[in-house]
Design a protein around this ligand. Structure first.
Ligand code: HSE
Length: 434
């Protein structure tokens, strides 16, 4: 429970739920930086317990006496002021967080899946109980991003957020681009380096980025955005030819999380590979790094860059939240709660407008170009650039369109595929402006 006005605690009790790669780093930072943290919070931060599946398994730097598999011991008997959830997934994380909140603790979580799936339940419970929920580590690891969106940009109006928020896929795309390796080889490298899981689906199919996109969109547009509101396409279908085509156009392919205001007054939220011009700041984000590019009316363009995963980087974001919530306990304040007053509608993904890249394998014969061009024109799609590579059976047309809606492009591609002269529409991707 928050302390009564005028009563400042001399120490605050911190409990960890989960103690893996990030949790053990949080425990280390709490211990190594204890004196400085006390100065910054105005109270000593005391780790009182860590809920783990197997308390007999030793954890680096945590006394065995603090490890327990008994949730009651940590959440009830321990009477923590701040509970830090690092278990991940929906259950049991949600139930444990709700128990912690009901017992009066403020909570810190890095759980993007839970927040994107059912953040409302956690926020509502915290608001009712008068405690804080902080989740800086849930998106883009170490990068200070959610507090800037919530606090520093609270007086501005965000129009668009473009993020590289998945390090695994950014590593794979970087290797395909810079070393010319295939998708399969780049994925294997990412797995060998520990970036990609044995089952890489959540990363490569864009689901991890989609959860982060939902959280970013919720904060940027003061609207509850859930995972199912996000249109998702991953990178597993990309080929060396796509990467080469991007290079030839002085672009690079990135898996982007995009959240933007739409012409219809709603917001569009999607994750998909996109062509990014080399002149755009996001193009220089290499390997497993993350970056989020924000366009706000008054602030203009901002970019937040850093490590999006890993034990110590993620623990840095968790500690920042712990310090903020600890200060609130000491001084009697509260973090800004959930801001979802705008409740903007989620736009149809088909209405998203951008330039598009189309790679079309065609028969190399007289009149083909005219037919392709007139098919685009029939759907109101205007051509910005067009080039042909290869001849005869290898002829490929590469087209970049002017701004068109995703629905117009989808209908155009269906019509192109039905033409006798078109062997295949091999690739379709959005193209980011400079
Ligand atoms: N798997 C994620 C990534 C890290 O590759 O960025 C955790 O969100």
């Amino acid at each position: 429970m928050p302390y009564p006005a005028g009563v400042s605690p001399s120490s605050l009790r911190i409990a960890l739920l989960g103690c893996g790669v990030v949790g053990s780093q949080v425990a280390r930072l709490l211990r190594d930086n204890a004196d400085e943290l006390e100065q910054r919070c105005g109270a000593r931060l005391e780790l009182i317990g860590a809920l783990v599946q197997d308390p007999t398994k030793p954890r680096d730097g945590i006394p065995a006496s603090l490890l327990t598999a008994d949730a009651d011991e940590v959440l009830q008997s321990g009477a923590p002021d701040i509970v830090v959830e690092l278990i991940g997934g929906i259950e049991p994380a949600r139930s444990l967080l709700l128990r912690a909140i009901a017992a009066g603790a403020s909570v810190v979580t890095a759980n993007k899946a839970l927040l994107a799936h059912d953040g409302a339940t956690v926020h509502d419970a915290a608001a009712q109980q008068g405690v804080d929920v902080a989740f800086e580590a849930s998106v883009a690891g170490a990068i200070p991003l959610l507090r800037p969106l919530k606090e520093s940009l609270a007086g501005d109006r965000v129009d668009r957020v473009l993020g590289i928020v998945n390090g695994t896929t950014n590593y794979i795309l970087t290797r395909m681009d810079e070393a010319g390796v295939s998708y399969a080889d780049a994925l294997r490298e990412a797995q060998d380096l520990g970036y990609a899981e044995a089952d890489p689906t959540a990363d490569v199919e864009g689901h991890d980025a989609a959860a982060k996109a939902a959280i970013l969109a919720s904060l940027a547009f003061h609207t509850r955005v859930r995972l199912e509101d996000v249109a998702v396409r991953g990178i597993s279908h990309l080929t060396a030819a796509d990467i080469a085509a991007a290079r030839a156009m002085s672009h690079v392919i990135k898996l982007l999380a995009v959240a933007e205001r739409s012409d219809d007054g709603g917001i569009g939220v999607r994750v998909a590979p996109a062509m990014v011009p080399l002149t755009h700041p996001l193009a220089s984000v290499r390997e497993a790094y993350n970056a989020v590019f924000v366009e706000a009316r008054a602030a203009g363009q901002l970019m937040f860059y850093g490590r999006g995963a890993g034990g110590a980087p993620t623990a840095s974001a968790v500690l920042g939240d712990i310090v903020s919530l600890a200060r609130n306990r000491v001084l009697g304040g509260r973090d800004p709660g959930e801001s979802a007053y705008a409740q903007l509608p989620i736009s149809d993904p088909g209405s998203a407008r951008s330039r598009h890249y189309l790679s079309i394998a065609v028969q190399d014969r007289t009149g083909v170009l005219a037919k392709v061009a007139s098919t685009l024109a029939d759907h109101g799609v205007s051509i910005e650039t067009l080039r042909q590579d290869g001849r005869g059976a290898d002829a490929v047309l590469t087209i970049v369109t002017h701004s068109s809606s995703a629905a117009e492009i989808k209908a155009t591609v269906a019509k192109l595929r039905a033409l006798d002269e078109v062997r295949d529409v091999a690739s379709v991707m959005q193209v980011v402006g400079d």
